[in-house]
Design a protein around this ligand. Sequence first.
Ligand SMILES: [Ca+2]
Length: 535
Amino acid sequence: MCVVAFSMIRILFLFGILGLATAQAARPNILFIFSDDHAQHAISAYGSKVNQTPHLDRLAKDGARFTNSFVTNSICTPSRATLLTGQYSHLNGVPVFNRLDGGRDNVAKHLQKGGYHTGMIGKWHLGSDPAGFDRWIVLPGQGAYWNPQFLLPGKKKLNIEGHCTDITTDLGIEWLKTRPQDKPFFLMLHQKAPHRAWEPATRHIEMFKDKVISEPETLWDDYATRPTALPINEQTVARDLTRRDLKLTPPADLKGPALQKWMNEKPMELEVDGKLLTGKELVKWKYQKYMRDYLACVQGVDDGVGKVLDYLDAAGLAENTIVIYSADNGWYLGDLGLYDKRFMYEPGLHVPLLVRGPGVKKGSVPDQFVANIDLAPTFLDLAGLPVPDSMQGRSIAPLLRGESPKDWRTNFYYRYYHDPGHHNTMAHLGVRTATHKLIHYWKQDAYELFDLTADPNEQRNLLHSQSDAQNPAIAAKFTELKSELARLKQQYKDTDDLYADPATWPAGSADGPWDAYQATGTKSVSEAIQVTVHQ
Ligand SMILES: [Ca+2]
């Protein structure tokens, strides 16, 4: 009896070891490709009316395309802090463009400790050096489109000649080629494009120079029912594109501060091809110019995705690599008359999320509410590692497999702080449900309520007219969503004590200074990758 029991234990033990070994061998690589300010509706797989993105579409066709993927705070630096920590801004200490404390817990540290070879390449924009990465090379702050400078471990910096999007792609491929073969990898490959000031590669300028881009339905939005924040915002196509944005040629004799002043001015009349444009004609011209450059930058990102996917195929890595594509915030393609992000209206709230790889249901279109708080937990779950309680999101791995968990979130909490800040966008928070959205501009104590089913373009704030606001069904919905907003604040531990008042914003900038980094000259991509390890 005893001998039989001992043998059984031995067999179970051996199976356990073998099972573990198999699980280790099967752990997938994770390639996270990120871009900056890429609108969901500037991807053809999402039904874009303005461009074609064949390589991103490959990810959608071979994997999952999330239709309701959101961002918690729609600007660069806070979004990136949330990506790494799995936490909302009020918990991770990055509500605005301030520095992320590198000592904080982050997902890369967990993956590195859990046996992954970790890397970070491209736009970082968190002020501190990347922590938790075996090899990294990042842009200082926003970085430059042409002949960019990069920061490296050991407080070094170097320059690489060429266009930043192509360079970032090539750095990613070189990193993959030179990685240790005995470990799964986790690579964050972060493009700077298509961020303002939209400076595309020459081949893409050519591609778009004669294209006429269709205008969105709401380009001429008059903000009639939304008087609180939209009329005074400074991210409009009509009034807020500068000469730099519009790529106008300065007078030859301008230099230094005078040149900068000229570039930063927002022209309200312009001579184009011998004709003076003003008013609506000028707005239409500005829209075309802005969109051509923006979309040409997107094309560089799409090319890069294609090149990396081809490399994975050629290297035999495609089968065991999960590829995820997303962007750091939403973006207005002239929608509501805007460019930029920030506002919680639909184009600002949605981000692309495409996932392909082992275990991901091919051609699926999950519509559950997912967000950037979910990415860190997802990476850990896919790697077979535990998700710490400090992360506020939830792994989307079940959704990738095509499952529909009954207890998945049915609404989403958003908060934007940067006021006073760029573009005069007022601070706000809000809740989005499957059918409605409530926005609260807390400093003005002004609310906007939208029925997204009847009014997907958010043109009719139901609290604006007396007759709407007194409608019992609307009043009841307003009460319900106010109480839901309060509940979500509590659920996510947002007490208003942190960051609602700009005086409480943390010190330190995401934008440098970088003077402490020692310049090491101009290098090739492969030379640069060789110095990504801390010496
Ligand atoms: Ca951004």
